[in-house]
Ligand binder design. Structure first.
Ligand SMILES: NC(=O)c1ccc[n+]([C@@H]2O[C@H](COP(=O)([O-])OP(=O)(O)OC[C@H]3O[C@@H](n4cnc5c(N)ncnc54)[C@H](O)[C@@H]3O)[C@@H](O)[C@H]2O)c1
Length: 475
């Protein structure tokens, strides 16, 4: 009885905190009313949940976090306090938030927020996106869309049925650097874009952290590394060649180094760095990646990801003694490629080649060359040089990182575009839609099929077969 009473009280408190109308109001000219801001429910308050919502703190008149779902107690409290989220709208899991949302929709006809930000791990994206699309939320979903092709198509259908705004965490599209390059491509100033070469240097310790010991190490628990690391590289390449579409793709790749056979003999039977005699000579030593930095007061990424709350020597040591981040990189449960190349042919005869490789000192600063009929662009994600063959001019561009955050301002660029799109109900402001997002993921799945099966994949056939398979499974 008292549980029922508490629940009713909670529902009442929650409902009086909801805005009068959950969807932003537009004035007659199609612009948002001056007093309306986009309210967001954050699903997963980890690294990415935090990264996007710094926008809400910087621009409180445009966007506010009003509800959260996060199971880690310290992370949940910190996030709720930071955004001043009412306790009745703080939930442990996305399922609890979803149930509360169903209650308020059923009882008072209101959602908990205008939009949900899906920042949980990859394998949860599909379930969460479909559940909240069905309730009529606008959705900003972290990349990748989902971990398998059938789920990507399911999301596509759910978003189209809901008719709401959909943003995807392809943040590189939204950085000032990429936007400036896109403008040059579209302007035709350098003639036709004929070829792109892009290298994604993941970074040796970043790869060890994320793709050997961490969340994206195994295909079963997340997906293949071309998808989890590089779906936005392939997306950007497709975006730059648009309206041409990928017609053929081939790929090679392997897990070349982070396997037992590459373990140094001196490491013997040690399975953790803290018991290893070869640790001092190993660049992937967990002591060097986590413990030494925290001892020097550095608690940023990747150290911060190991514990709930503030990292210190004690809790990091414990995490290394007990958890996956202290494991030898040659004894971990990883199976994803540490090097992969992809070649793409586009419908207008243009080509692209892409390389993802773990073994670099650069951390994700993509090296890019765009070759045009009348010029070239050579960039490193921070600055780029334009060589104009007609004018015989060379100019270095240094786009300003917009609003901070990672990915050269891409994180801020995306959340800003998403908020603008929701406020004005214009999907176009995101420069993409769920259809295009699905298509770029299809190219990534096609590339992986090529690597796995050792064949050149026809992208149009690949898409047709995938859609037929989905239809068959969903009639
Ligand atoms: N766009 C990019 O460049 C980029 C970069 C890194 C990661 N990502 C993607 O962003 C997503 C999140 O990655 P991250 O690094 O922030 O991970 P993270 O582990 O730091 O955050 C995920 C959070 O979800 C919480 N969570 C787990 N189960 C939950 C549940 N049932 N309900 C609600 N919350 C739950 C976890 O406690 C955690 O705080 C992943 O899909 C990842 O692949 C994208």
């Amino acid at each position: 009885m008292s549980a029922l009473l508490n629940n009713t009280k909670s529902l009442w408190r929650r409902s009086i905190r909801l805005s009068k109308d959950s969807d932003p109001k537009l004035e007659a000219d199609g612009k948002p009313g001056a007093d309306h801001l986009v309210t967001i429910a954050v699903i997963g308050c980890g690294q990415r949940g935090k990264a996007y919502t710094t926008y809400a703190l910087a621009f409180p008149d445009r966007c506010k976090v009003v509800a959260i779902a996060e199971p880690r107690p310290k992370t949940q409290k910190h996030f709720a306090d930071l955004h001043k989220v009412d306790q009745t709208l703080v939930f442990k899991t996305w399922q609890e938030l979803h149930t509360a949302s169903a209650e308020t929709i059923a009882t008072v006809g209101k959602k908990l927020a205008d939009a949900v930000l899906i920042a949980v791990q990859d394998h949860l994206h599909a379930e969460v996106a479909v559940a909240f699309a069905d309730q009529g939320y606008h959705i900003l979903c972290e990349k990748p869309m989902a971990t398998n092709l059938m789920d990507c198509i399911t999301i596509d259908r759910a978003i189209k049925d809901a008719g709401k705004i959909f943003g995807m965490g392809h943040v590189m599209r939204y950085s000032p650097y990429s936007r400036e390059i896109t403008e040059i491509i579209r302007s035709g100033a350098l003639g036709e874009l004929i070829n792109i070469v892009q290298v994604e240097p993941v970074g040796y310790y970043h790869f060890a952290h994320s793709y050997v010991r961490g969340n994206w190490a195994s295909q079963d628990s997340s997906s293949f590394s071309l998808m989890t690391k590089c779906c936005h590289d392939i997306d950007l390449i497709c975006h730059w060649f648009y309206p041409a579409i990928p017609v053929k793709v081939s790929s090679f790749g392997s897990l070349r180094h982070f396997r037992k056979s590459a373990k140094p003999a001196a490491a013997g039977n040690a399975t953790r760095c803290n018991e290893c005699l070869a640790e001092k000579d190993c660049p992937y030593s967990a002591k060097k990646i986590y413990l030494d930095p925290v001892a020097q007061g550095n608690t940023d990424w990747p150290i911060a990801t190991l514990v709930d709350g503030l990292p210190d020597i004690e809790n990091i040591t414990e995490a290394l003694n007990q958890g996956p981040y202290g494991l030898c990189v040659y004894e971990s449960a990883n199976d994803v490629c540490d090097n992969q190349v992809v070649n793409i042919e586009f419908s207008n005869g243009s080509t692209a080649s892409f390389t993802m490789v773990a073994f670099t000192s650069a951390i994700c600063d993509r090296q890019t060359r765009l070759h045009f009929s009348h010029g070239e662009i050579i960039g490193d994600m921070n600055t780029f040089t334009v060589n104009d063959f007609r004018k015989r001019l060379s100019k270095v561009h240094r786009p300003e990182s917009d609003g901070g955050g990672s990915h050269g301002g891409g994180d801020m660029g995306l959340i800003r575009s998403f908020v603008d799109a929701v406020l004005t109900n214009q999907q176009d402001l995101l420069g993409t839609n769920v259809n295009e997002v699905l298509k770029s993921h299809l190219t990534v799945f096609a590339a992986e099929a090529s690597r796995r099966d050792g064949v050149v994949v026809d992208c149009v056939e690949f898409e047709k077969t995938a859609r037929e398979k989905w239809e068959k499974a969903n009639i």
